[in-house]
Every structure is written in structure tokens, then in C-alpha cells.
Design a protein around this ligand. Structure first.
Ligand SMILES: [Zn+2]
Ligand SMILES: [Zn+2]
Length: 137
């Protein structure tokens, strides 16, 4: 199993295998991760398991219907599931082991930080990856 944890170690999880890794440049992700770009590993729900600390998680509604999760003790963002995605999104910085995937694409490049320059050749999407947009109700 591939393991990950928050900064203080109270929240721990493991995955069987990762599906993909993406960079998100949206303002919410940048602020919530406090990084210039937020990198996520995407994992099928049935390949993800909490190991410890699920009762130590706080939730913040970053946009209507979209909930972000944090360790109550250290404030690290922890894995969460966007209602419009079939996968669990794990901030890549939480991994203690190599998740075995590498960045595949950039999303929300239209709100990229002005100081951050994309220097790779990966596909760039101004907003969501087409076909993975939130369902509007
Ligand atoms: Zn923690
Ligand atoms: Zn984002």
C-alpha cells in the first residue's frame, strides 16, 4: 500500500494505486494549499482507505457544494472528494511514499499565479478538463 499523512501525522491514509496526478492553478486550491500551484493525486474510491484520524478532520465549503477537508490539529489539507468527480483527490504533498504517477496536465491556468511560470509541455486547460466539469443543478 502507498501511504500518506498530514503534517502532524494524526490523519493517515493509504491507497492501493493512483490513477493520475494533476496541477490545479485555481485561486481556491492555491489559497487552501498555500502553494503557487496545487498538485493532486486522483484515486478510485475503492482504492482509498483512511488509516487514522478520520474523526480529526474539519470541513470547509470552499464554493457552494464543494467541501475541503483539513486536519483539525495541524491544518494540513487532507484527501477529499469533489461531488462531480468519481475519484478521491489527494493533495500530492501528503504522500510519504511515491504514489507512482507523475503530473499529466494543468487545470485552471486562466487563474494561474502571475509569478508562476509553467515550464513543462503538459496539456493546459483554462478551467476544468472538458467532460469533468461540475454538474450544474
Ligand atoms: Zn495533522
Ligand atoms: Zn483547484
Amino acid at each position: 500500500m502507498i501511504k500518506g499523512s498530514c503534517a502532524c501525522g494524526r490523519v493517515r491514509f493509504e491507497i492501493e494505486a493512483a490513477r493520475s496526478m494533476t496541477h490545479c492553478h485555481c485561486v481556491n486550491c492555491r489559497k487552501l494549499t498555500a502553494a503557487s500551484v496545487a498538485t493532486y493525486v486522483h484515486v478510485e474510491k475503492d482504492k482509498f482507505r483512511w488509516v487514522a484520524g478520520e474523526d480529526n478532520i474539519a470541513t470547509y465549503e470552499s464554493s457552494p457544494g464543494s467541501f475541503r477537508k483539513f486536519c483539525r490539529t495541524c491544518g494540513s489539507m487532507v484527501p477529499g472528494q469533489a461531488p462531480y468527480l468519481p475519484t478521491v483527490s489527494i493533495p500530492a504533498g501528503l504522500f510519504d511514499d511515491d504514489p507512482g504517477v507523475r503530473p499529466r496536465l494543468h487545470v485552471f491556468t486562466s487563474s494561474k499565479a502571475p509569478w508562476h511560470e509553467i515550464t513543462d509541455d503538459l496539456p493546459q486547460h483554462p478551467k476544468w478538463v472538458p467532460g469533468f466539469e461540475p454538474k450544474q443543478s
